[in-house]
Design a protein around this ligand. Structure first.
Ligand SMILES: *[C@@H]1O[C@H](CO)[C@@H](O)[C@H](O)[C@H]1NC(C)=O
Ligand SMILES: *[C@@H]1O[C@H](CO)[C@@H](O)[C@H](O)[C@H]1NC(C)=O
Ligand SMILES: *[C@@H]1O[C@H](CO)[C@@H](O)[C@H](O)[C@H]1NC(C)=O
Ligand SMILES: *[C@@H]1O[C@H](CO)[C@@H](O)[C@H](O)[C@H]1NC(C)=O
Length: 324
């Protein structure tokens, strides 16, 4: 801190004006998803201090070495951040993402002006932190495939074809595998039905994994069986179960039925008679119950009906042969 004051003091002394206004410190560009701003920290807490921001384009000279511009001609004013009281300056719409720039900021307090404080070179397309890409999984059961749809948390402009998505997938607990590089949707068809798969997406820039970017958090999906495949499977299982049952029954009949044919016939006939009688009995009772509910106002008639029913029932019971 003391050193900063000293530098400010020396600089201004050289110009012949003695002032104690210090230049801003920690002049850095913060850039996420192509939204960039220059930030700095003031050395004084004086609210009246205003800041001015300028930038310079860094060009490479013809012999390949970077050309350092002289201090007074190439610097351009950022009008949006002229005489600002804020401690940040929005660069997003001012500086093209493909241009390599250096920025500088200075403080002014009435008549006093601080020396400039310079940032490191900045080129948004290379240095901005990109991501994470927004990933959506769409399992398609009809085809047993998984559609992976990607979106960016920023606006893609003319760099679409240099910036791609690298799609990775993994099956349950195995390792990540690369699927492909794409600029849009991919359809993964290597999946087995019923297993859990996870997918993550990284940004690649000019065919290399982009260093300063955040991959998507893994998303997982189970590739379910298609409706038609499922019904075909269920039909097959049902059909084979019925077949098996018929086979077993036939086998039982052949083994036991041949020796005891008469017993079997009796056993099959006996239960057939009882339901016939029971049906009559029950239909009689049903009639009584309906009249019961419909003739509530005439209790005498109801009683007489019950008596008739009882008689019929007794008659039927006594006349039933083989019922002991
Ligand atoms: C500048 O940044 C450094 C390191 O990040 C920090 O320790 C320091 O406090 C900052 N200075 C001011 C004035 O905020
Ligand atoms: C090449 O770069 C050097 C070092 O920056 C510089 O001195 C020289 O003038 C450059 N030559 C040309 C032809 O630009
Ligand atoms: C920007 O320019 C500077 C100075 O010419 C150079 O050192 C730096 O590597 C460049 N940055 C990028 C990302 O090209
Ligand atoms: C910076 O400017 C851009 C474009 O004008 C705008 O979309 C963005 O919201 C601004 N950022 C902030 C932090 O104000």
């Amino acid at each position: 801190m003391f050193l900063k004051y000293l530098i400010g003091l020396l600089f201004l002394t050289r110009r012949g004006v003695l002032t104690l206004l210090s230049p801003p410190v920690n002049v850095t560009v913060k850039s996420v998803n192509l939204q960039s701003e220059l930030c700095w920290s003031p050395v004084t807490n004086d609210e009246n201090v205003e800041y001015t921001v300028q930038y310079r384009v860094n060009r490479k000279s013809s012999n390949g070495s970077s050309k350092e511009s002289s201090d007074h001609d190439d610097w351009l004013e950022i009008t949006e951040c002229e005489a600002t009281r804020a401690r940040r300056c929005n660069l997003t719409s001012v500086i093209d993402v493909f241009i390599n720039v250096t920025l500088r900021v200075r403080a002014r307090d009435g008549t006093r002006t601080s020396p400039w404080s310079q940032s490191s070179p900045f080129k948004a397309i290379d240095q901005t932190r990109l991501g994470p890409p927004i990933v959506k999984l769409w399992p398609i059961p009809e085809t047993g495939k998984l559609e992976v749809r990607m979106r960016d948390p920023f606006h893609r402009n003319d760099f679409t074809h240099d910036l791609k998505y690298r799609v990775y997938y993994k099956k349950e607990d195995s390792d990540w595998m690369m699927y492909e590089d794409t600029v849009s949707t991919v359809l993964i068809d290597k999946f087995e039905v019923g297993l859990n798969y996870c997918v993550k997406v990284h940004y690649i820039w000019r065919s290399k994994l982009r260093p300063n970017s955040v991959p998507s958090t893994p998303k997982c999906a189970i590739i379910s069986e298609s409706e038609t495949a499922r019904s075909i499977r269920i039909t097959w299982i049902t059909a084979s179960l019925i077949g098996l049952l018929i086979g077993v029954l036939l086998l039982v009949c052949i083994c036991t039925g041949t020796g005891n044919y008469d017993k079997l016939k009796q056993a099959l006939q006996a239960p057939l008679r009882i339901p016939e009688h029971l049906r009559e009995f029950l239909s009689g009772e049903e009639g009584s119950s309906t009249s019961n509910s419909s003739s509530n106002e005439e209790p005498i008639e109801r009683i007489s009906l019950v008596t008739i029913d009882k008689e019929v029932a007794e008659e039927e019971l006594s006349s039933t042969p083989g019922h002991t």
